[in-house]
Design a protein around this ligand. Structure first.
Ligand code: ZN
Length: 290
């Protein structure tokens, strides 16, 4: 308990010390920031230092590429999709020659990603403004001529640019690339302030009919019943900000993705998740998304 409390305090101090260059300016936001800052991510449990392994983890599907865990898929027409596990809420998707970066964050409680070593992004997609999802420096590093930034109204306001999508909005980025913004919010009493309904996005990214659901920070909301035909889902699982393992289990059984990557899971025991989903028919893959 003492250790947990100290972690919270240190996290809060670190954020304060890091300065407020990326701090949202409105009156309501410091609450959610401070609380999300309390997310315990001790250095000893960093993705690099301590990859979690569980019985159900299908590591055979995974290879290392560019220093990251990578899962490869093929679309029905044979195009390559590579999913790179960066960390926590950050992922990189390579579709043919096209690069997507989702919620790129350089330094998360000491887990550092050097985005200068990665390809510039054709599309940078940011779900919401919290520091474990939105990092101006990472976005600047990944931007090239022709990069498209897609985010919500709040992040576009803070960053000063970006195409805004609200819950329910859809757009075709290319003939074979389609994006839909879907709701992502808290429902548990007392947790609504973390991610209030209507502010943040999850996204369904369709690449040559291959459908990837990136849930963002959300609980198992009723709108998930409308999310169908998902090839790969990224669902968050940490307290108090997103889902419990039980909620993740419920959400997964509603959505029925072919493959599930639990992500944004912090200290959550992934063994509990794989046990709950054992008979679900879903291919659950645990990667270093602490
Ligand atoms: Zn988060």
């Amino acid at each position: 308990m003492k250790h947990f409390f100290m972690t919270i305090c240190m996290g809060a101090l670190m954020f304060a010390a890091a300065g407020c260059s990326s701090a949202p300016k409105t009156a309501t936001e410091p609450v959610s920031e401070q609380t999300e800052t309390a997310q315990p991510t001790p250095a000893e449990d960093t993705p690099q230092a301590n990859p979690q392994k569980t019985e159900n983890t299908d590591m055979a599907e995974m290879t290392m590429e560019d220093g990251f865990q990578m899962d490869a898929f093929k679309t029905q027409s044979g195009k390559d999709i590579k999913l790179y596990c960066i960390k926590h809420g950050s992922l990189r998707i390579r579709y043919g020659e096209t690069e997507f970066e989702i919620d790129p964050v350089t330094d998360l409680n000491g887990v550092v990603t050097d985005y200068t070593k990665l390809p510039k992004a054709d599309y940078i997609i940011v779900t919401h403004e919290h520091f474990d999802h939105f990092d101006k420096a990472a976005m600047d590093t990944l931007t090239k001529d022709g990069s498209t930034i897609i985010t919500n109204d709040s992040v576009a306001g803070i960053y000063g640019k970006g195409d805004v999508m609200a819950n329910g909005d859809e757009k075709s980025l290319r003939d074979d690339i389609h994006l839909k913004a879907v709701p992502a919010y808290n429902t548990t009493a007392g947790h609504e302030k973390f991610h209030p309904k209507g502010r943040d996005n999850g996204f369904i990214l369709t690449l040559d009919n291959f459908r990837i659901y990136i849930a963002g920070d959300t609980e198992d909301i009723p709108e998930m019943a409308d999310i169908k035909d998902i090839d790969v889902a990224f669902l968050p699982c940490n307290q108090p900000y997103t889902m419990t393992p039980e909620q993740l289990n419920k959400a997964t059984r509603v959505i029925q993705p072919k493959v599930l990557f639990p992500y944004h899971y912090g200290q959550t025991d992934m063994k509990q998740v794989t046990d709950l989903l054992k008979d679900s028919g879903v291919d659950v893959r645990i990667r270093n998304y602490q």
